[in-house]
Design a binder for this molecule. Structure first.
Ligand SMILES: NC(=O)c1ccc[n+]([C@@H]2O[C@H](COP(=O)([O-])OP(=O)(O)OC[C@H]3O[C@@H](n4cnc5c(N)ncnc54)[C@H](O)[C@@H]3O)[C@@H](O)[C@H]2O)c1
Length: 358
């Protein structure tokens, strides 16, 4: 018999309402509680969604109605929260990046394994239909030899966005464009064409004076499969345009813009290709112009998967183990920028990663 799965959202900030709406839209999931140490924020969101409210994670973890905690805290706080959730026997869905280092990520994975709880990550762009079609085409070998895999993210975030909370201006809290916004699209490249073997990155701040972060990343990536790629990511480019994911192989090219399939062309045209060309919508905002300029449909798919995984006693579709290689690429990019030289993977955690020289 399927059980109703209770969710508690930890952190009632910018992304929390998207989780709340997504839980509400699942079949078999129930939003039980909101928790934030900022009382007004917690009260406001709990009032809107008519849930219980907690002001500390410890209190929320004692609630027997909660099966899953959605960790929606600033990036540097994920690690401690996930360890506590695992120790309390709660399943966890953490926001991206899973943590600030590989060591922390491995400790979180080990704790969840020991506690036999599921541990997923909301890199929700993976579930977009256009991305799923690209993944299928890669798995079916339709591209032939993969030649290029690129992510082009020309976005905009205002100075007010960065000043809205201290953690948004701190590299150690995970606020640079590479680990914060571009993480999703570096993740898509990693998901689609596999782990990287070498990266070379340059990071600059071109439009947010007074903030000690990179607002712009330019990077080359060599993937283990032989493809090469470019990641161009910025929050400096007003008004912000839809991110593009581009795959080129010897036998085909696919390009997604935002969530819409823009180009889908293979030498072996198949009957299903016409429908694939119309996947996604140009009217769905995907974060280009502002942090809250998003829908919650992709989060709903990820949260529905958590509900189903618990009820079916199976692994979630996006476990943190599958996102660890993305964090590794991102950390290698920071190392490369700090050292001004290419970095081969695997990388080791290193304090220089979070240093910033303008
Ligand atoms: N998946 C996406 O598309 C997406 C989009 C935006 C943000 N995010 C991620 O979501 C997470 C949260 O980002 P945000 O923009 O919502 O941040 P935010 O700063 O708006 O919200 C975080 C909240 O956590 C609360 N908090 C901090 N420490 C706490 C503690 N110890 N106990 C309880 N509450 C605490 C703060 O008071 C704040 O309200 C980050 O990991 C970010 O990367 C993901």
């Amino acid at each position: 018999m399927t059980k109703t799965i209770g969710f508690g959202i930890l952190g009632a900030g910018l992304i929390a309402p998207f989780h709340a709406k997504a839980v509400r839209d699942t079949k078999g999931g129930k939003l039980v509680a909101i928790c934030d140490m900022a009382k007004e924020r917690a009260d406001k969101l709990a009032g809107e969604f008519k849930t219980k409210v907690y002001y500390t994670l410890d209190e929320m973890l004692q609630d027997p109605e909660i099966d899953v905690v959605n960790v929606a805290l600033p990036n540097h706080l994920h690690h401690d929260a996930v360890l506590k959730c695992a120790a309390a026997g709660k399943h966890v869905l953490t926001e991206k990046p899973p943590a600030m280092s590989l060591q922390e990520t491995d400790a979180m994975i080990a704790a969840c394994r020991r506690a036999k709880v599921k541990f997923g990550c909301t890199v929700q762009c993976r579930v977009r239909k256009a991305i799923q079609a690209m993944k299928q085409a890669v798995d079916d070998g339709r591209f032939g030899k993969l030649l290029h895999a690129d992510a082009i993210m020309k976005w905009y975030r205002s100075s007010e966005y960065y000043h809205s909370d201290a953690w948004r201006m701190s590299r150690k809290s995970g606020a640079g464009v590479t680990v914060q916004q571009a993480f999703h699209y570096i993740d898509l490249l990693q998901y689609l064409v596999g782990p990287a073997r070498l990266v070379q990155a340059r990071m600059t701040n071109i439009a947010h004076p007074g903030i000690a972060l990179e607002d712009t990343l330019l990077a080359f990536v060599d993937f283990g499969c032989g493809a090469q790629g470019v990641v161009q990511a910025s929050t400096a480019l007003w008004p912000g345009t839809d991110v593009r994911i581009e795959l080129n192989g010897e036998h085909g090219t696919a390009i997604m813009a935002g969530e819409k399939m823009l180009t889908w062309k293979f030498r072996d045209e198949r009957p299903e290709d016409a429908a694939i060309r119309s996947l996604g919508s140009t009217s769905q905002a995907t974060g280009a112009s502002g942090a809250a300029d998003l829908g919650h449909a992709d989060h709903t798919v990820v949260i529905q998967d958590m509900v189903d995984a618990i009820n079916q006693d199976r692994e979630v579709v996006i476990p943190v183990t599958a996102v660890r290689p993305t964090l590794e690429i991102v950390l290698a990019m920071y190392q490369s920028a700090a050292r001004n030289q290419p970095v081969a993977l695997p990388v080791q955690d290193d304090e220089s990663i979070w240093a910033w020289q303008s």
